[in-house]
Design a protein around this ligand. Structure first.
Ligand code: PBG
Length: 327
């Protein structure tokens, strides 16, 4: 035997499936996955979302079925995005007790009860005719403080409809505090807030715009979402502010392009951290797989493991039910 034979042989632990399983360091469990779902008011059949193959805008009925399937697969949560038939500048559907999100919340809670956590997106872009996450001033800017009042009313309407978690995603300053106060005052002190604390103005949200029918000419969200090349420290600042305001869970979004930020946040806080594998991340893998360019299942699992390894305690992913079944 040569004097330089490798004494250390990491490959010893990789040789067989059983050995690899024994030394697994990053685990994915169904209950760590949250399924985002779209539900459209007034449609008779589920509508495919063209840029998200396999994802649909649900009818209220098909959503109940999807929620049931997610629960049966052991998925940890479901996040509802309601798309109303009529949108207006104020986002009236947001806090209408009969608005589509509230109706869907009641349906899903009736269907799955406590089998998984039922939550809703607490943001106006799905319900405004201009497509922005807030109400606008006369000059067309998003009015931060007027929007807070809408979010507060929206969160209370969602809680009244049975939401077990509210998730403000609009990146208005002070949104967590405004929602916490309103929930507490309305008797919902036990409803937690999953704050989209770190949210970048990302090109990876493109397909989501199809899913919630954002108007084509709406522009962008760069004046309220973070710049991908923004100030160092901004992510932690946003997280700190949200924790001060009462956030129970903080989120980083998108996931794959911001794994460094996810790790920073995980190391800095003592609350659970969520990551959102967004529509564009989904679409990229689906499109490449449809072309036969990558192995779909391997790429899905690898991306989720990467997000877990970077520190996510839970992951919002459109593949939640499928992956939960496979685990
Ligand atoms: C805002 C919201 C968006 C997404 C989730 N919540 C759009 C945005 O922030 O611009 C995107 C999710 C995705 O792309 O999958 N309500």
């Amino acid at each position: 035997m040569s004097a330089q034979f490798p004494a250390a042989r990491p490959r010893r632990l990789r040789r067989t499936p059983a050995m690899r399983r024994l030394v697994t360091g990053v685990w994915l469990h169904p209950e760590q996955l949250i399924l985002p779902v779209f539900v459209k008011e007034g449609i008779a059949e589920p509508q495919p979302v063209a840029s998200m193959p396999g994802v649909v805008q649900h009818t209220r009925d098909s959503l109940r079925k999807a929620a049931h399937e997610a629960a049966a697969a052991g998925v940890g949560g479901i996040m509802i995005f309601g798309v109303p038939e009529e949108k207006d500048a104020f986002g009236s559907a947001a806090d209408d007790p009969d608005g589509i999100t509230q109706a869907a919340l009641r349906d899903v809670v009736a269907e799955v009860g406590d089998a998984l956590v039922v939550g809703a997106d607490t943001c106006l872009d799905e319900v405004t005719d201009h497509g922005h996450c807030g109400v606008l001033t006369d000059s067309g800017e998003v009015d931060n403080d007027a929007t807070l009042e809408r979010y507060a009313a929206m969160a209370v309407a969602q809680a009244r409809a049975g939401s077990q978690l509210v998730a403000p995603s609009g990146m208005m300053d002070g949104q967590v505090r405004a929602i916490r106060r309103a929930l507490d005052a309305a008797g919902f002190a036990n409803v937690p807030i999953m704050a989209y604390s770190v949210k970048y103005a990302s090109g990876f949200y493109g397909p989501f715009r199809d899913a919630v029918e954002t108007p084509k000419n709406f522009g962008d969200r760069k004046a309220y979402q973070q710049d991908p090349a923004g100030p160092v420290g901004e992510a932690l600042r946003e997280v700190r502010l949200d924790l001060d305001e009462g956030a129970d869970i903080v989120m980083v979004k998108p996931a794959l392009a911001y794994l460094d930020i996810l790790r920073q946040v995980r190391d800095a806080v003592d609350v659970p951290v969520a990551a959102y594998q967004v529509s564009g991340e989904y679409a990229m893998i689906e499109a490449a797989a449809a072309n036969g360019w990558i192995d779909r299942e391997r790429a899905i699992m690898e991306s989720l493991v990467a997000i877990r390894r970077a520190g996510a305690d839970m992951i919002l992913t459109y593949w939640a039910t499928e992956v939960a079944r496979r685990l």
